[in-house]
Design a protein around this ligand. Structure first.
Ligand code: T3D
Length: 255
């Protein structure tokens, strides 16, 4: 794992390029504390996750004896993937995935857990689970139908076919597909922009959207009112309105 900072943006780079950054127990043991540290650091206002080399993440390292073979796969999920997916979805700042290459299995759904997914044109997404007799994990069963609908979710998950980044953008699985040579600069600009925005409101937006999914309209707008009540009392709302009338950029600080 490589960690770097540019202003208020922290970038975490998965670094096992020889196996397309597939997850080992050791990599999980670096990634979770790195995410926790970013969450705890008030100076961090956006997080970028990417991969070293030609892949983003090929999911579970199928050769890691600590996690494969004669092990309880349910226990592996409970110990590693459930906390990872939960950590990403509850980060106190926006998280952007810069998908530089293939994202397969839990690596694909790890990317899709992020708030905004930007992929290089040469990248692809593979729900590889069916090929080894598993179901989509790392949040995949929840995310896929919500992102692309049941028909496409089942198509992707049952076939395990490779979905090119361009097609992933077209069907709404990801936010954007960009040319390979501008991926990192595009993501850097996006993350810097998010870092200047009201983090707490962005994170409440994620929570409100996710919570509203199974609710009826009345319950969803009740939640909106609750969120606005809390945000309306916070610093960033006052600052945003003051900056609007003063015709100056707002300086947000809530998390
Ligand atoms: O405990 C549990 O298992 C439960 C947890 C489940 C969560 C999951 O993520 S299950 C899904 C696991 N992932 C996969 O099944 C994907 C396996 N990989 C692939 O299908 C292909 O590698 C890709 C389609 C991702 C990329 O293909 P390609 O042709 O671009 O690359 P490659 O040649 O297959 O891979 C390059 C190297 O990475 C190769 O090693 P080598 O031959 O150069 O020494 C390959 O073995 C290695 N590699 C790729 N993925 C994995 C891997 N090694 C270990 N585990 C991997 N997942």
């Amino acid at each position: 794992m490589r960690v770097s900072n540019h202003g208020a943006v922290r970038t975490l780079t998965l670094h096992r390029p020889a196996t397309l950054n597939s997850f080992t127990a050791a990599m999980h043991a670096e990634l979770m504390p790195a995410l926790d540290a970013a969450a705890a650091d008030a100076a961090v206002r956006a997080v970028v996750i990417t991969g070293a080399g030609r892949g983003f993440c090929a999911g579970q390292d199928l050769g890691d004896p600590a996690m494969t073979g004669d092990v309880d796969v349910g226990a592996v999920i409970e110990r590693y993937y459930r906390p990872l997916a939960t950590r990403i979805r509850t980060m106190p700042v926006p998280v952007v995935a810069a998908v530089n290459g293939v994202a397969a299995g839990a690596g694909a759904n790890f990317a899709l857990c992020c708030d905004l997914v930007v992929a290089a044109r040469s990248a692809s997404f593979i729900q590889a689970f069916s090929k080894i007799g598993l179901v989509p994990d790392c949040g995949g069963t929840w995310l896929l139908p919500r992102l692309v609908g049941r028909a496409r979710a089942l198509g992707l998950a049952m076939t395990g076919d490779k979905l090119p980044a361009e097609e992933a953008e077209r069907i709404g699985l990801i936010w954007k597909c960009v040319d390979d040579d501008v991926l990192m600069e595009t993501v850097a600009a996006l993350a810097q922009r998010l870092a200047l925005m009201p983090s707490r409101a962005l994170v409440e937006t994620r929570r409100a959207l996710d919570t509203a999914m199974p609710l009826d309209f009345a319950a969803a707008i009740t939640l909106e009112a609750q969120a606005q009540r809390e945000l309306g009392r916070a610093h960033d709302f006052g600052e945003g309105v003051a900056a609007f009338f003063a015709k100056r950029p707002a300086v947000f600080k809530d998390r």
